[in-house]
Write a protein that binds this ligand. Structure first.
Ligand code: HSE
Length: 313
C-alpha cells in the first residue's frame, strides 16, 4: 500500500561510548528529528521546509543529509515518484548527539513508509549512511542505533555488519549539551593519524572489556570502562569546555563514568536509576550555567526501538 504523506521520527544517538570510536553507539529515547515525506511528480527528493534549525541547514539537495538519504532510499526501493521533505529539527547541529544521522534516518524511514515499507528497516542502512556522509563521512556509529535502536556495534557498513548488543536493564543516562558548537569535521581533524602499538593494545583491551561489562549488565564497571579511552578523548579534550569539571561533578552526584558523546561537545554520564540520572543532569547543568556557557541537560534512557513511523496517510 502506498500513501501520499508519511512522517518518521529518528532519535538522538551517542556515538563511540568512550573507547568504541566509530564502532559503538546507542539510541536515546529523546530528543530527535521528524521528517515528513510527501509525494511529488518529479523524480528525486527536494526539501520543502526546514524547521527549528536556526536557518543554518542547506536546502540544496546534494548538501542536505535528509535529502541525500531520501534520494538513496528512493533508488533502493525503485520508487515510481519523487518526494518533498519537511524536516523538523529537534536536535542542534554540531552538538555530538547525531543530528545529521537523525535527519538522514528519519528521511529514509519516512520514504520507505510512504511507499508501503517495501524494504526491511535494516536494508535502509546504506541510504542513511549516504545521507550522513554529506555531513561527517561514512561511519555507522550514529546511523545504526538511530535506525535500529538499542546499543549497536558496527564492524562494517552493511546491515549484516551491525550487531545489536543487549541493553543493561538498569542503564540510565544523564546528558549535557554545552552552548558551544563543535563541528564533527573539526573534532576529527585533531585526531592522530597514527597510534602507537601500545596505545592500540590498551584501546583494544578497553573496548573488549566494555563489551564484557555490558553483557554482564555491570553498570558500575561499564562507566569506568567507557572512560579508558587513551586516544580520542585526549586529542579532543581541549575542544570540550569544562570537561574535567563536568566529570568531577557528575561523579560527585553519583554517576559511574562520563565521556564525550560522539564528537562532542555533549557529554554523557552513566547511571543506574532514574533519580540518580536526574541528579547528575542537574549537577552537569550547574557546571555550565555557573560558568556562563549555558547548556541543555536532561536524563533519559536507551531507546530499544530507534526510529519509528509516526503516520502514513
Ligand atoms: N564517531 C564519530 C566521531 C561520531 O567521534 O567523530 C561523530 O559523527
Amino acid at each position: 500500500m502506498a500513501y501520499t504523506r508519511a512522517a518518521a521520527f529518528a532519535p538522538a544517538t551517542v556515538a563511540n561510548l568512550g573507547v568504541g570510536f566509530d564502532v559503538l553507539g546507542l539510541a536515546l529515547c529523546e530528543p530527535g528529528d521528524v521528517v515528513i515525506a510527501e509525494r511529488r511528480d518529479t523524480p528525486g527528493a527536494a526539501v520543502r521546509l526546514i524547521e527549528n534549525d536556526g536557518g543554518i541547514l542547506p536546502y540544496e539537495a546534494k548538501k542536505n543529509t535528509a535529502c541525500v538519504a531520501a534520494e538513496s532510499a528512493l533508488r533502493l526501493i525503485g520508487a515510481p515518484s519523487g518526494v518533498w521533505l519537511t524536516i523538523q529539527k529537534g536536535l542542534p547541529s554540531a552538538s555530538g548527539l547525531g543530528s545529521s544521522a537523525a535527519s538522514a534516518v528519519a528521511a529514509a524511514v519516512a520514504v520507505n513508509a510512504l511507499f508501503g515499507e517495501p524494504v526491511e528497516r535494516a536494508e535502509l542502512l546504506g541510504a542513511c549512511l549516504d545521507g550522513e556522509a554529506v555531513a561527517s563521512g561514512y561511519h555507522p556509529d550514529n546511523v545504526a542505533p538511530a535506525l535500529l535502536g538499542g546499543i549497536t556495534l558496527a564492524t562494517g557498513l552493511t546491515p549484516a555488519q551491525v550487531h545489536r548488543i543487549p541493553v543493561p536493564d538498569r542503564l540510565h543516562l544523564a546528558l549535557v549539551t554545552p552552548n558551544v558548537a563543535v563541528p564533527t569535521a573539526e573534532a576529527r581533524a585533531v585526531l592522530p593519524k597514527l597510534v602507537a602499538l601500545k596505545a592500540m593494545v590498551t584501546q583494544t583491551a578497553a573496548i573488549a572489556y566494555l563489551l564484557h561489562t555490558i553483557y554482564e549488565q555491570d553498570i558500575v564497571a561499564m562507566g569506568a570502562a567507557m572512560e579508558r579511552d587513551g586516544i580520542i578523548e585526549p586529542a579532543r579534550a581541549h575542544l570540550m569546555p569544562r570537561l574535567d569539571e563536568a566529570r568531577r561533578a557528575a561523579k560527585a552526584a553519583g554517576a559511574y563514568g562520563l565521556v564525550i558523546s560522539g564528537a562532542g561537545p555533549s557529554l554523557v554520564a552513566i547511571c543506574d536509576d532514574a533519580q540518580q540520572a536526574s541528579t547528575v543532569a542537574e549537577a552537569l547543568r550547574h557546571v555550565y550555567d555557573t560558568s556562563g556557557i549555558g547548556c541543555t541537560a536532561f536524563a533519559t534512557r536507551v531507546s530499544e526501538q530507534g526510529a519509528r513511523v509516526i503516520s502514513s496517510e
